[in-house]
Design a protein around this ligand. Structure first.
Ligand SMILES: [Zn+2]
Length: 324
């Protein structure tokens, strides 16, 4: 097992969405997040992106435990996390990890265990050593998000074995569809989206505790060099936080111009920003159901899926109920 390299953070930006802080903001808490990803709590009834994500993970986890993965098209929360998985699977860096998650899930369906060596075939890297590092990153990450768990034994497949959640969610696939090499795309996206969104939640918690020790969650998957310098795969993380934040703050619509301005504060411009717009409006073909696009002749306007808005309202109600 390769020991993860030293890790260094600075307070110049948000380590989830990549927002570049103004000098005055650098001194504010939380040091490693922005006010979008971690707004100061103005009363417990306020729905923040973090609370929304936490609730979605809880609800999705219950459905996955109850064998509902196979119905991910009909269950709003599973459909939403499958949309996030679709976005993750199209990112040049995250794609390898969503492929690894798919390979692990297929093996667990068929054999109730997995072989880390098999993941090398989708890992990126010029050398075997680099590829193996990516595989280990993924295994640690899946342990953070409760799809693998620590076990006994000398070998990596024994030390990190499938969790009950992974065994339960894969057993629902086994009973319905015939799995050979790959999972049906929407199901694979649902598992990957669950892991990635859970990873964001875990990293936000870690960053709020001042980023001490080895990172947990999605930050484990960020690309880094041997000096500990890391890059944020913003096209995935920033887009996800924009959507979750907008939904959490109660907005049902947004325009291309609003999104571009927000992305530009995070250093996402040009082709990367256009790619995001084209994914949202499905010029890049996608089965996501996040938003409905409307073109006014000049720019796009997006309205959230009405089912997702209703789901947001249910989360709000639950949070109000808890704080009463
Ligand atoms: Zn942020």
């Amino acid at each position: 097992m390769i020991v993860p390299e030293k890790f260094s953070l600075n307070n110049h930006k948000c380590w989830i969405c990549g927002y570049r802080k103004l000098d005055v903001e650098k001194k504010m808490s939380p040091r490693y997040l922005c006010f979008w990803c971690s707004p100061s709590e103005e009363g417990e009834e306020q729905l923040t992106p973090e609370l929304l994500i936490n609730d979605l993970i809880l609800e999705a986890g219950e459905h996955l435990r109850n064998g509902n993965l196979i119905r991910c098209e009909d269950i709003d929360v599973l459909s939403l996390i499958a949309d996030i998985g679709d976005l993750g699977g199209r990112h040049p860096h995250f794609k390898q990890f969503t492929s690894m998650i798919g390979l692990i899930a297929v093996q667990v369906v068929l054999e109730k265990s997995y072989t880390p060596r098999k993941l090398l075939k989708v890992a990126e890297g010029a050398t075997l050593n680099e590829k193996w590092k990516r595989v280990c990153q993924c295994i640690f990450f899946l342990t953070d998000v409760s799809l693998l768990e620590h076990g006994e034994g000398r070998y990596i497949q024994d030390r990190f074995r499938p969790s009950n959640l992974l065994l339960e969610l894969t057993s629902s696939i086994e009973s319905v569809s015939k799995v050979e090499e790959e999972l049906p795309p929407r199901i694979a996206n649902c598992i990957a989206g669950y892991a990635l969104l859970y990873g964001i939640k875990t990293s936000i918690e870690w960053l709020k505790k001042d980023g001490q020790g080895e990172p947990t969650g999605i930050i484990r998957l960020y690309p880094r060099n041997s000096h500990g310098k890391i890059w944020i795969p913003k096209r995935f993380t920033a887009t996800t936080m924009y959507l979750m934040g907008h939904l959490a703050h109660g907005y049902d619509e947004f325009s291309e111009n609003e999104l571009r301005a927000w992305l530009s504060n995070r250093g996402i411009t040009g082709n990367d920003a256009s790619w995001i717009i084209n994914w949202l409006n499905r010029t890049i073909p996608s089965a996501h159901r996040l938003v409905n696009p409307r073109f006014d002749g000049i720019t796009y306007h997006f309205s959230f899926n009405i089912n997702y808005i209703r789901m947001r309202e249910r989360v709000r109600e639950r949070i109000r109920g808890r704080s009463r």
